[in-house]
Design a protein. Structure first.
Length: 235
């Protein structure tokens, strides 16, 4: 079930990344123009900044007042913390910044040579479905290998528990946790492929470490049992 779910989630990644690819390929709009097919630069003034310390993660907000709109027209925007807080930390009330709009959505804010993404910019990318897909696939394969081994390679009564099913289960759980974290913390590259490639490269060492982690305790336990067992045929 988890393996099938991962297939559905992987299929959602390119759909989720479609907007980011279009945004990255969009040209800059002519000065003073706005269109859904280009990135428009709109000058604004910082009216307020606030950090929300509630919950598990801090939230960073800027309130912008646009110079080309009626007085009092303001836009409160949440900044993306995972793209750094360069702009948020640098600006003060009254500073002039440039909002980058695409498809009628504020994607980034520039202040001098600094640029910071807004929270709405990466929220539609493929990191979230990609992370859940990796977690579902890895844990599903780990559980499937464990079930297969116990179902078709049962351990004889009195025999030492084999290390192979344990290794598969450990590798699946470790890869699910570590791989999903790598995808969530990966770069916003507009394609989602960078983090998934890193997970693919990390699979081999994780499998090797899982085999060693599972094989060594079993081997050590078997050696201890063999050392205390009486020789065969003795009274």
């Amino acid at each position: 079930m988890l393996v099938l779910l991962s297939g559905v989630l992987f299929a959602l990644v390119p759909l989720a990344e479609r907007d980011n690819r279009a945004y990255a390929a969009a040209p800059d709009c002519p000065v003073g123009a706005r269109s859904d097919t280009c990135r428009a630069a709109v000058v604004a003034t910082v009216a307020d900044k606030k950090t929300d310390f509630g919950g598990k993660a801090h939230k960073y907000f800027l309130t912008l007042r646009y110079t080309d709109r009626p007085e009092g027209a303001e836009h409160r925007v949440r900044m993306a913390a995972d793209s750094g807080e360069q702009v948020y930390d640098s600006v003060r009330r009254g500073d002039r910044v440039t909002g980058i709009y695409w498809n009628d959505e504020l994607r980034a804010i520039r202040f001098g040579s600094l640029t910071q993404e807004t929270y709405r910019s990466p929220v539609h990318d493929g990191r979230l479905p990609g992370a859940f897909a990796v977690a579902a696939l890895a844990s599903g394969l780990g559980l499937l290998s464990y079930w297969w081994w116990l179902r078709y390679r049962p351990t004889p009564e009195g025999a030492t528990q084999p290390w192979e099913p344990i290794a598969g289960l450990v590798a699946g759980l470790v890869l699910a946790l570590g791989g999903s974290t790598m995808v969530l913390m990966g770069p916003d590259d507009g394609g989602g492929g960078t983090s998934l490639k890193l997970v693919a490269w990390a699979t081999a060492p994780i499998l090797l470490l899982s085999v060693l982690y599972s094989w060594w305790p079993v081997r050590r336990g078997a050696s201890k049992v063999a050392g205390v067992a009486p020789p065969g045929g003795s009274a």
